[in-house]
Design a protein around this ligand. Sequence first.
Ligand code: HEM
Length: 490
Amino acid sequence: MFDQLFEHFSTLSYLVVVLFFILLGYRPPWWSRKSLDCRKRDVQDIPGPLSLPVLGTRWIFSFGSYSFEKIHEFYEDMQRKYGTIMKEEALFNVPVISVFEKQDIEKVLKSTSKFPIRPPTEAIAWYRRSKPERYASTGLVNEQGEKWHFLRTNLTTDLTSPRTISSFLPQVQDIAEDWCCLLKELRNSNDEISNLEQLVEQVGLETSCALVLGRRMGFLLQKDISETARQLAEAVHQHFISTRDTYFGLPIWKIFNTPAYSKLAESEDIIYTLALELICTADEATKESAVFQSVLRADIDEREKTAAIVDFIAAGIHTLKNSLVFLLYLIAKHPETQEKILGDSSKTYLKACVTEMFRVLPTANCLARVTEEDLELSGYRINAGSVLLCHTGIACKDERNFKNATEFYPDRWLNEQRSQTSSNATFLVTPFGVGKRICPGKRFIEQVLPLILEHTIRRFELRTVKPMELQFEFLVSPKGPTSMIFKDRF
Ligand code: HEM
């Protein structure tokens, strides 16, 4: 059959096809090798997996040996295979460069810029642009340049202020108390909680709403999670998964509605509607909340205000859930850390545990940027405008940066043990990002995590039941359900 097909192809047709691919920028792997030593190496010389014309390397996650859930393992394998730097290609063969070396990561993240560019999650931006009645822009997370700067200055000043954050301390203490009561109530007769993710998600919801709306929603008081909380948590979870699928899959959602895009649109819709409901039922406490007030007072389009509150609530739930599950799991797996937490009144060790969790199991394991100046990375010349992925999570597990790098060892962050950390490698522990685009929720989360951990350890002795598996949901997440023992201490 193929013979018959090829008979109809003339030499000219072959030439036209070859020319077509060359015009699209496709080059076979041997193309540039010959002259490699005679000139400075640039982006096209960076090694990486097979790239197809137009589609680039995105086929790997749709037809190759890596599923979407294992994308974090794909990058670990690529680092083992290609070393310090690796290139993928997005649609129309746009290069996306991964860097794994401390020096390269530092160069990218420390290069200064007035308005740092983080590549947007295109599908969300696409959806928001299609809904001008709801969104005046693509939002703080996805906007760039002057527009991003305008939103950032107008929306996050109170959110990032230490005074505002410390005013939340009593509420966070109450949340930690309610969390411990809920654990007590829901354990089985063996002191086991069998789906930790679900309960911790309720903490994420309650905490994010307390921060943004300034009031307690009661998501931790009911034995059976309320319908609003369940829907909101499910929609946020779905939102991350479909963001991953549209981002790493073939971008055909730009041509027609794929299931991944439809689910993304549906989850955006649910989050927006539920968050709007919460805003509309604002009580006196909400009206007095510093974060809520600062958004309402901002001199910006009304649509931006709602979108910001939606984004703040959504940004906290899943990130906090993953981080808290990881923290409890690592502490449960290392019983000696529990004794040290109990014996340290200065709380230094507690903070060291949180930092070490972010080093060993960061939920955001990679930071993305578009370079605004030419850079030299691992001996390759990278042009301004290139998309770069800085794999801080992988660099944190490199023996050259941290001794016994895969071990959870909070003591390495204490002064007398600093030798466990190579000089300036601490820069790699950047769970909230860096520079002007740093997460505005950082201060709040840094207050929440040690506090909840301390309350839990004072009340319970923690034990793991089985090893935890990970899966990629745009964030590195526990592949639940995680079981854990919470045994009373008194
Ligand atoms: C454990 C919890 C959290 C983690 C690990 C986390 C992590 C991150 C990271 C890595 C970034 C990208 C920073 C960069 O590109 O340099 C980011 C951005 C962002 N985060 Fe968080 N985050 C958390 C909680 C929150 C909370 C509670 C809020 C709500 C206020 C929030 C709101 C945002 C926003 C709005 C951005 C975009 C900022 C911008 O582009 O200017 N995050 N976060």
